[in-house]
Design a protein around this ligand. Structure first.
Ligand SMILES: *Cc1c(COP(=O)(O)O)cnc(C)c1O
Length: 366
């Protein structure tokens, strides 16, 4: 073999006869035609399949699909809907997905945003062409809670497919499929990844029905799939999800109570607080309240920015769900048309020591 040939063919194909304990990373984009299940990595890949199977199991569904981001996962659902479908979505929908519906699908879909905390708002907005109910609970950034079992029962009766964005709760605290939803969606970028180093999205379906078939087509032909390396990392992250979530929720609950009693704080949004509007429903459908809280600070945007800049352990950055605490004045990121109040601060409470975090809040608010 000449150098060029050797450089390509000289490496051994390692087919390990000793069974590895974890799924090895398979970066190969293509697979020799041997009648196996793998053909080409946009269609399928061992790491993606391992992750999709794992997600289906932990979300109690039948199949999973991994995408390059949470937005790509959600987009595949909207793309799979027939032209002219009516979609009902929460008024406090994650702003990137609201933008998707308003700015990308405005010609294809009819969209109604409404407060889904009240089931009557859902009922009142159902039309003959309503094909999809999108839920997000707790919601980003107002932590609104919607009753999944009630809404999915109404949807079923009206032949409307249901998806629940489970990013904030995670399958550690909430199982939307068990509560009647047809599909679960995740921004895996957040808690599932958990270390702020993976961009990804997941869908899990209860049943592989017709809509799911179309979503699979969008995934495989559209091609916004998660890369093998990210699938590997995510599979790794999921092993510690339950322990991370317990820590996040414990810390967030204590910080929420601290802020709730602080004279500089106007209002705290955290579903674990008894004074939270959705607390009763959250108690019924969640086994923990998660690691995100938002609050309104007295003194407007200026005071919000001041406090954020004084915090030592809460990095002023967007995103959430990592082991490191993050904070941001949400309206500044969502742009001029946002319904989010200018003095709303969203906090992703991390896994640093609780005493350090509490001390940080005390000094920043002083
Ligand atoms: C971040 C987020 C998304 C979007 O996910 P990306 O991975 O950023 O595309 C969707 N829903 C919620 C609730 C989110 O927080």
């Amino acid at each position: 073999m000449k150098f060029e040939t050797l450089a390509i063919h000289g490496g051994n194909l390692v087919t390990d006869s000793q069974k590895p304990v974890i799924q090895p990373i398979t970066l190969s984009t293509t697979f020799e035609h041997q009648g196996g299940s793998m053909l080409y990595s946009r269609i399928n890949n061992p790491n993606r399949l391992a992750l999709e199977n794992l997600m289906a199991k932990i979300e109690m569904g039948s199949e999973g699909a991994a995408f390059s981001s949470g937005n790509a996962a959600a987009m595949s659902v909207f793309q799979a809907l027939p032209h002219g479908s009516h979609v009902i979505a929460p008024d406090d929908m994650y702003h990137g997905l609201r933008a998707q519906l308003e700015e990308i699908f405005e010609d294809k879909l009819e969209i109604t945003f409404t407060d889904l905390a009240n089931q009557e708002n859902f009922k009142d907005n159902i039309q003959p062409n309503t094909k999809l109910l999108w839920m997000e609970t707790p919601s980003n950034p107002l932590l609104k809670i919607c009753p999944i079992n009630v809404l999915t029962a109404i949807a079923k009766f009206n032949n409307i497919a249901t998806v629940c964005d489970n990013t904030f709760a995670t399958p550690v605290f909430q199982h939307p499929l068990k509560l009647g939803a047809d599909m679960v969606m995740h921004s895996a970028t957040k808690y599932l990844g958990g270390h702020s180093d993976i961009l990804g999205g997941i869908l899990v379906t209860k049943e592989p029905n017709e809509l799911w078939g179309k979503i699979r087509k969008v995934q495989r032909i559209g091609g916004a799939v998660m890369a093998p390396w990210d699938c590997y990392l995510l599979t790794r992250s999921l092993k510690t999800l339950a322990y991370r979530m317990k820590g996040h929720a414990e810390h967030a609950g204590i910080i929420a109570s601290f802020l709730d009693q602080h004279p500089k704080v106007e209002k705290v949004y955290y579903p674990g607080l008894v004074n939270h509007e959705g607390h009763t429903i959250a108690l019924q459908q969640m086994s923990g309240f998660g690691g995100i809280l938002s609050f309104l600070i007295k003194g407007g945007a200026k005071e919000a920015n001041r406090v954020i800049s004084r915090l030592k352990y809460f990095t002023n950055a967007t995103s959430l769900g990592g082991v490191e605490s993050l904070i941001e004045r949400r309206a500044a990121v969502e742009g001029p048309n946002t319904p989010t109040p200018p003095n709303l601060i969203r906090v992703s409470v991390g896994l640093e020591h609780l005493e350090d975090l509490l001390e940080d809040w005390e000094q920043a608010l002083s």
